[in-house]
Design a binder for this molecule. Structure first.
Ligand SMILES: Cc1cc2nc3c(=O)[nH]c(=O)nc-3n(C[C@H](O)[C@H](O)[C@H](O)COP(=O)(O)OP(=O)(O)OC[C@H]3O[C@@H](n4cnc5c(N)ncnc54)[C@H](O)[C@@H]3O)c2cc1C
Ligand code: SF4
Ligand code: SF4
Ligand code: SF4
Length: 554
């Protein structure tokens, strides 16, 4: 077989077709739970096309301004450029693209006559509503809180995610004609059976909101973490001079600790079961904790809370069972007595699905909803998305889940096959153009990029930090300016995506390849291929595959 080129589609794809044309992809894209088209976004930014980069992101993710700020960026951890010099600052680039103003929004398709209910307006519910509306369905969202946006709007602190960013992106989704009912608790103000009766399908996207309580003496003295964050977002209680201890080592616990410092606490410490090498919170939050003078007590298990503070024992090892209960081996004579005026407990969130009792859908041992490949639950017409399916996760994962649910229910409601190929037409409407082949694109490892020297070595650009004399509630990260964004995007190796550089054409000794300015290189004389591999060795992106066995012509 002569070389096969992996080429980007010129059309914008919402789902499908990867293995045919773009049969190779980059590890960043393979590891983005939202499914962002990262490489093509970076290509636009490199050329200064910020609005196009934003428009492209909106074909997969209606919340790029949110994920561009708070996603723990598994794309960056997996970026091939980490093995060349330093990985790309993908999240900051996503944020830079998302904060452009001139983007052309996607438009809703022809009405299907179907009416969908979505319960919960977090990233999963709103993403599902967005794609369902774009596919032509009428959508009504039911939300118990007084505002739309779920955890990112009500619990994530402003210094990481300003509320205006969530409101802007939620507003763009509502502009598609979605009806939203706030202050409406399903199970209290309206029953699930009524919703099922009034709609053609219903999506449960309620997240996990029941805070776990510790089973230790004095547990009632601890404030639940998410309730504390919600209160602080609304009313900024005064903690001046207080000593605060947070139990927990994940992102929620660190948010509580940073918030307590900003409320005036004199000293803040965290106590968690993980050892110092395996803290659950993202590395940059651990670094921020050190910068802000927080004290971290690793490998500790709280065993009593009283008026003096918290008593904690050292842990030798621990694990969680299938129901999420902690099983721990302790070192009983190694005891820490940590003084505290306020104790905050961030030890996990659980589902609250009492309102589904009349339908009794199948649930996992941890109480989450069981779904099939179309995100349908065991109850006909009832679908689910986000954390209520996967357990506490990330915003990006909830977005990917919401998109899959919209496509799955569209297939079911419209009696279409699975694996829909959905693309954006010239009028920026979604069109279903067929069925995609089964299979995944091959993820290109750095070792498969034979000519990395084509790309100049250059240090990673970091986004700016806001200047402040005291710890502010305003956003800490100030993002990229245009020059830094363009330079950083220009560092992308475009792993597995042809950039039409022409090196393969130049290096082919048999002159069997030809370069088309629009479509890139192609094999003009397949019978003349020597299978020498010069094209593949010269390619700076790993976009060429040569399939074995090959038949050499002599
Ligand atoms: C404090 C905190 C900080 C976090 N920080 C990050 C972060 O930095 N990065 C990251 O990627 N992830 C973070 N996460 C996780 C992330 O926010 C969640 O994974 C994500 O929001 C899940 O989205 P969802 O749409 O499934 O649910 P949610 O965002 O929880 O939204 C569910 C919505 O359903 C509503 N609802 C619930 N029950 C009912 C009912 N009966 N009737 C009507 N409405 C109902 C709720 O009010 C809520 O608005 C954080 C989580 C918390 C708690
Ligand atoms: S959503 Fe997260 S993983 Fe995806 S591109 Fe953005 S930062 Fe990376
Ligand atoms: S170099 Fe570019 S395409 Fe390759 S993994 Fe990193 S961000 Fe993705
Ligand atoms: S060498 Fe250049 S033109 Fe040829 S496949 Fe690789 S990126 Fe595309």
């Amino acid at each position: 077989m002569p070389p096969k080129f992996s080429k980007e589609f010129k059309i914008q794809l919402v789902s499908g077709q990867k293995p045919i044309r773009q049969h190779r992809t980059s590890p960043c894209e393979a590891n983005c739970p939202a499914g962002n088209p990262i490489q093509a976004m970076e290509n636009h930014l490199k050329e200064g096309r910020r609005d196009e980069a934003h428009a492209l992101l909106l074909t997969r993710n209606p919340f790029p301004g949110v994920t561009g700020r708070v996603c723990p960026h598994p794309c960056e951890q997996n970026c091939n450029r980490n093995r060349y010099d330093e990985g790309l600052a993908v999240r900051s680039l996503e944020r830079f693209a998302a904060d452009s103003n001139g983007v052309a929004p996607l438009r809703p398709g022809a009405p299907t006559g179907k009416h969908l209910a979505v319960i919960g307006s977090g990233p999963a519910g709103m993403t599902c509503a967005y794609f369902a509306a774009l596919l032509g369905h009428r959508v009504s969202v039911f939300e118990s809180a007084p505002v739309l946006g779920g955890v990112p709007r009500t619990a994530v602190p402003d210094f990481r995610l300003p509320k205006g960013v969530v409101d802007r992106e939620t507003g763009n989704i509502l502009a598609l004609g979605i009806e939203a009912y706030i202050n409406t608790v399903v199970g209290k103000h309206i029953g699930i059976e009524q919703i099922m009766q009034d709609h053609d399908a219903c999506v449960v996207a309620v997240g996990n909101w029941t805070e776990r309580r510790l089973n230790i003496p004095g547990a009632e003295r601890a404030r639940p973490a998410v309730a504390f964050l919600k209160e602080s977002n609304l009313s900024r209680p005064d903690f001046t001079g207080l000593k605060v201890l947070v139990i927990g080592g994940g992102g929620v616990a660190f948010d509580c600790a940073f918030t307590a410092r900003r409320l005036g606490a004199a000293a803040v410490s965290l106590l968690f079961p993980e050892d110092a090498e395996h803290i659950k919170a993202p590395a940059e939050e651990v670094a921020q904790a050190r910068r802000e003078g927080l004290v971290l007590h690793a490998s500790r298990l709280a065993r009593r809370i009283d008026e003096r503070g918290v008593e904690a024992v050292k842990l030798e090892s621990f694990a969680f069972d299938e129901k999420g209960e902690l099983e721990a081996k302790t070192i009983e004579d190694d005891v820490l007595q940590e003084p505290a005026d306020v104790v905050i407990c961030a030890s996990g969130l659980q589902p609250a699905l009492d309102f589904l009792a009349p339908l009794n859908p199948a649930r996992t041992p941890r109480g989450h909803l069981v779904v099939d490949s179309d995100m349908a639950t065991s109850v006909p017409g009832l679908f689910a998305a986000g954390d209520i399916v996967d357990g506490p996760g990330t915003v990006a994962a909830a977005i990917g889940s919401g998109r899959r649910t919209a496509l799955g229910l569209h297939s079911r409601l419209m009696d279409l096959p699975d694996r829909l190929m959905v693309q954006v037409d010239a009028e920026r409407r979604l069109v279903v153009s067929g069925v995609s082949p089964d299979g995944q694109a091959h993820v290109v490892d750095f070792s498969e990029i034979s000519n990395p020297g084509y790309h100049e070595k250059a240090p990673r650009r970091e986004s700016r930090q806001a200047q402040a004399s005291s710890l502010p509630f305003s956003e800490i990260d100030a993002g990229f300016d245009a020059e830094a964004a363009q330079a950083e995007a220009g560092r992308c190796l475009h792993c597995g995506h042809c950039i039409n550089c022409g090196t393969c054409v130049e290096r082919c000794p048999g002159y069997i390849l030809v370069k088309d300015e629009q479509e890139g290189p192609f094999v003009e004389y397949p019978d003349e291929c020597w299978h020498c591999g010069c094209c593949r060795i010269g390619c700076p992106t790993g976009a060429i595959s040569i399939e074995f066995p090959i038949t050499m012509r002599v």
